[in-house]
Design a protein around this ligand. Structure first.
Ligand code: PA5
Length: 477
């Protein structure tokens, strides 16, 4: 069944405005039509690669089908979310990386910014926490504010072997056991269907309520599967709207011509900029609700594109360092650098045409012109003016920037943003001819951690670490 009316969906269309990347606005620092046209055949090949490989689990491209293939799962999640809201006062996600950034992002994007401080009657669900670190202070402080017996813990891990998540699980298991709670009553797993340690633990405990993190969906592409959908549903977020928004963006991107396909055009702009030395990609939402979308995007972009070998085995070192910034806050922190520092950045603004409220600025301080001019405007007008002014200042200084326009923030537009950036990442990876969906570069650190903590099978790695030369005291000042 279609989500709302066609008119409504079209009125909520997210659009990419790249005027400030072009010669017309940036002069010689901008892309000419000819330069962009020179990317057309590579863009077309990337489009075809993604289209031909959609849904292929073996290539980790199962995420492309998530907007379409989860009808029963969504129904199950909605029922579970209803039960969780009725039964629990706290909902805690245990996970890291792709298993945490999505839930954090959706929570901040679509819930009250002080959600946990609202009285129960004004919240749509239990208090909500995502624990994505193993800082002991953070765990202690969490345990100070929740009551384990009144908490539903959603353990999210595809492998069930991630040290951070499994450490958290062991602590929570101990807490629940001490509180006399049957673990099965308070824990939900989101994990691989057949493999992995959470599956084993579930079997040992006689079956824990579990959702599947599908085979062909990697962590950073998992927000639209149960990884993100269950926490979102518990918060009362319209998960059908999220999926409908993703499907809508997918339909907008179903065109091989880059100038008619927003994700493909964004990929071309970013790849062309990278190939001119723009090694830093700043994601700058002018919205506190979208602050953690920038975090989510940073993982997606960094882990997917930072690679040292092409698909045909040739050495390469590609990628772009993503940086998060928040407008207007970071105008007073980072924009000096963006405007006058090295010409090594592309700034992507996430700009809302309409905020959830306007917040009028009252008249006052009439004898102080520096202040009084603000009275009679709204905070919405002010933040939009600051966004426009920053884009103008960057453009005037010859700095590449473009804007993703969002009519308003809701589940449908958030779903569009997620799919836009996922597709953009897939296209950019295809243009570089790399494996966008693996992350071999994080393995070495994981192995060294195992060795340092004495995990069986890592003795050789421990010996390797022990054989490092002693630190030179002269290099410690
Ligand atoms: O994007 C990724 O694949 C990673 O960030 C993983 O999500 C993260 O390492 C957690 O892995 P797992 O789900 O196996 O615990």
């Amino acid at each position: 069944m279609a989500y709302k009316t066609r008119e409504w969906r079209n009125s909520m269309r997210v659009m990419v405005d790249y005027n400030n990347m072009t010669e017309k606005f940036l002069g010689e620092k901008g892309f000419t039509d000819r330069k962009l046209a020179s990317y057309a055949s590579r863009a077309n090949a990337a489009f075809r690669y993604v289209k031909e490989n959609r849904g292929k689990d073996e290539l980790y491209m199962g995420w492309t089908e998530l907007p379409y293939n989860q009808k029963e799962i969504v129904a199950d999640i909605l029922q579970t979310a209803k039960d969780v809201r009725k039964k629990f006062q706290y909902f805690v996600v245990l996970g890291i990386g792709g298993s945490a950034l999505g839930p954090i992002m959706a929570f901040n994007a679509l819930c009250h910014l002080h959600y946990n401080d609202l009285p129960k009657s004004k919240r749509k669900g239990p208090k909500f926490y995502v624990e994505d670190n193993v800082d002991p202070v953070r765990m202690r402080d969490l345990l100070d504010v929740i009551e384990p017996e009144k908490t539903c813990f959603n353990v999210i891990s595809k492998s069930g072997a991630t040290s951070e998540t499994m450490t958290q699980y062991l602590i929570i298991l101990d807490q629940l056991t001490k509180a006399g709670v049957n673990v099965k009553d308070n824990v939900i797993f989101t994990t691989d269907a057949n493999k992995g340690n959470l599956k084993k633990i579930s079997d040992e405990l006689g079956g824990i309520k579990s959702y599947v993190l599908p085979d062909g969906v990697g962590g950073r592409f998992s927000q639209l599967c149960p990884v993100g959908l269950l926490p979102a549903a518990v918060l009362g977020i319209d998960i059908q709207g999220l999926l409908a928004g993703a499907a809508y963006m997918d339909s907008l991107c179903n065109k091989p011509a880059m100038r008619r396909n927003p994700a493909l055009m964004s990929a071309v702009l970013q790849v062309a900029a990278m190939e001119e030395g723009k090694n830093v990609g700043v994601m700058m939402p002018y919205s506190d609700n979208l602050k953690y979308l920038a975090d989510w995007y940073c993982q997606l972009w960094a882990e997917s594109l930072g690679k040292n070998v092409t698909l045909d085995g040739k050495p390469c070192n590609v990628g772009q360092t993503p940086v998060k910034a928040l407008g207007a806050t970071d105008q007073h922190s980072q924009v000096q650098l963006y405007t006058e520092g090295p010409f090594d950045k592309v700034v992507t603004f996430l700009s809302l045409k309409k905020y959830a409220c306007e917040m009028p600025i009252p008249h006052g301080c009439e004898n102080i012109p520096d202040v009084s001019f603000l009275g009679g405007h709204t905070m919405e007008e002010l933040i939009q003016a600051e966004n426009a002014a920053t884009a103008y200042a960057l453009t005037k200084a010859g700095r590449m920037n473009y804007t993703v326009w969002i009519p308003e923030l809701n589940a449908f537009t958030l779903g569009q943003l997620l799919f836009l950036f996922e597709l953009q990442t897939a296209y950019a990876g295809a243009m570089f001819n790399i494996d966008t969906f693996n992350q071999p570069g994080v393995e070495e650190g994981k192995k060294a951690t195992f060795a340092l903590l004495g995990k069986a099978g890592y003795a050789a790695k421990k010996a390797e670490l022990d054989s490092l030369p002693a630190k030179d005291e002269n290099c410690i000042v």
